[in-house]
Design a protein around this ligand. Structure first.
Ligand code: ME8
Length: 505
């Protein structure tokens, strides 16, 4: 039987030499979801990439005194290097300067022009270069860009327009009849009430005042608007408008576009309208996540409140960073980042709850049974409570992940781990070890712990892949089931600490 497919994307990032921990947020969550789906047997396509055109990049290249292509080529590796450091398991990496993408975008633009969805006119209005966004006077907040609060400037130029207005009714109907399309719910209401219902103005989709973009093929003094170029990455990467469309047929429509809340508007208004105009099905879901903030403000280079994420990885380990990001920000809301909070989480959950449990249990298995433990079935009532909790974990994690409640999925796994620690206190293996008649019971107790740790280790693999692997190695057990089995056998290795407690100083 063919596997079910799952196509998940992150936004494509503006290439940068200065990524901060907030930038890692979308990608770490997408990675956990992609890994989870693979574990569930899906044929996953997980895509990320870089968004390399536009005035902002052209300006930065000028400042650096190099051509734009040279500029992006030099820093695109920085994104790949960061994703590698974070253990991001993407299947595809698209650059919008890849020639297959550029050709497909030109074909898309031509098709929309020929069928009348794009027309030529004159653009007069306001533009925010850092956000690459057009605004109307009424959309400004205190005369500034409503997204980033920076200055906008007036532009007036001959331009091509996409007829968003033609599709507004269809879009509202689609959103209202597909409640899962925009998540969380609050963003859906915001899109309908603040943007679509007040009336969609046609979108300016070409520029003539700078050069760094994909030329309009039949009018090359225009370059194609960077957001039209960028959004189509989700289909050009699969071969849409190329000679080989097999991947497109296999994976489209996307199951999930994961995006930050500030770009939800592009993904739930402009992107679906482009797809409707192309006669293509819409993605099943766009999830607009919250931000990682510092004292209520967004982390940003201009505010100087960030460190390169690789520094945290170096100091605390990749899984400490992944865990913090995945655990700390609740579904759809903002979460507060600080190095102190990262240290606290690492110490309390990873070093104490998880690390100690694994270390203590493996040490006891070595000390009392030379590492070889089988279930002697000397059970007591107390065992059931633990086993039931472990048995339920796979189902709970599955339910939480289906709703993208990643933080809650992790919370449940750590509840199970805490239950294991309590089980040690309740069963007092060190006391059992002193009594020869209790050896059978002691073995069952250690078995229950090892098997619970194994199941939690397997369940943690999408979130903490490196730690999960270390757990499996220390347990020296090949079983991949995520259920509690009563007839496994263990010959554990030497314990080695998974996480060191971090001294705050
Ligand atoms: O927007 N907290 O790229 P980008 C959480 N090229 N997420 C954050 C964040 C923070 N503090 N800062 C940034 C773009 N992000 C476009 C996308 S897609 C067709 C084109 C997230 O490099 C942000 O929300 O500015 C977005 O999801 C991602 O980082 C890339 O942002």
């Amino acid at each position: 039987m063919e596997k079910k497919t799952y196509y998940i994307t992150t936004p494509i990032y503006y290439p940068s030499a200065n990524f901060h921990i907030g930038h890692c947020y979308t990608t770490i969550i997408a990675d956990a979801i992609a890994r989870y789906r693979r574990l569930e047997g899906f044929d996953v396509c997980f895509q990320t990439g870089t968004d390399e055109h536009g005035q902002k990049i052209e300006n930065k290249a000028k400042e650096a005194g190099v051509g734009p292509k040279e500029y992006v080529d030099a820093i695109v590796e920085n994104a790949k290097d960061l994703w590698k450091a974070l253990n991001i398991s993407y299947d595809k990496f698209i650059r919008t300067t890849d020639s297959y993408h550029e050709k497909a975008v030109q074909k898309i633009f031509t098709k929309l022009y020929e069928q009348g969805d794009i027309y030529k006119g004159e653009y007069k209005g306001l533009y925010c270069t850092p956000c690459e966004s057009f605004w109307t006077e009424t959309q400004l907040v205190d005369g500034k860009c409503p997204d980033c609060g920076r200055e906008v400037h007036e532009v007036k130029e001959e331009a091509y327009f996409l007829k968003l207005s033609n599709y507004a009714d269809r879009l509202v109907e689609y959103i209202e009849t597909h409640p899962e399309f925009i998540q969380p719910e609050s963003r859906k209401n915001e899109m309908i009430n603040n943007f679509i219902k007040p009336g969609l103005e046609d979108l300016c989709v070409s520029r003539t005042s700078f050069r760094w973009g994909i030329p309009v093929p039949f009018d090359p003094k225009h370059v194609i608007y960077v957001w039209l170029d960028a959004l189509t990455n989700y289909i050009t990467s699969l071969g849409y408008m190329s000679d080989d469309t097999s991947e497109f047929e296999k994976y489209w429509p996307a199951d999930l576009h994961l995006v930050g809340k500030e770009i939800t508007r592009f993904h739930t208004i402009v992107w679906p309208i482009l797809l409707m105009a192309l006669g293509l099905p819409l993605p099943k879901q766009v999830f607009g996540h919250g931000w990682l903030v510092i004292n209520g403000g967004k982390i940003s280079k201009s505010l100087g409140n960030y460190k390169d994420p690789r520094e945290y990885i170096k100091d605390y380990g990749v899984d400490a960073v992944r865990y913090f990001v995945l655990r700390e920000v609740p579904f759809g809301n903002d979460g507060v980042f600080s190095e102190e909070a990262l240290i606290n989480r690492t110490n309390s959950d990873l070093a104490n709850t998880l690390g100690n449990l694994v270390n203590r249990t493996i040490s006891m298995a070595n000390k009392y049974f030379d590492g070889t433990v089988t279930n002697k079935n000397v059970t007591e009532a107390i065992d059931q409570e633990l086993i039931v909790k472990v048995q339920e974990a796979k189902k709970v994690v599955s339910e939480k992940m289906d709703q993208l409640h990643v933080s809650e999925a992790l919370e449940y796994i750590f509840e199970v781990l805490r239950r294991c620690n309590k089980y040690i206190d309740e069963t007092t293996p060190w006391a059992l070890a002193k009594d020869d008649t209790k050896k059978g019971r002691l073995q069952t107790v250690l078995y229950n712990l090892l098997e619970s740790i194994r199941v939690c280790g397997m369940l943690l693999s999408p979130f903490l892949p490196e730690t999960s692997l270390k757990i499996q190695q220390q347990l020296n057990n090949q079983e991949e089931s995520r259920e509690f089995l009563s007839t496994n056998t263990y010959k554990v290795g030497e314990p080695s600490p998974l996480f060191q407690r971090i001294d705050k100083k």
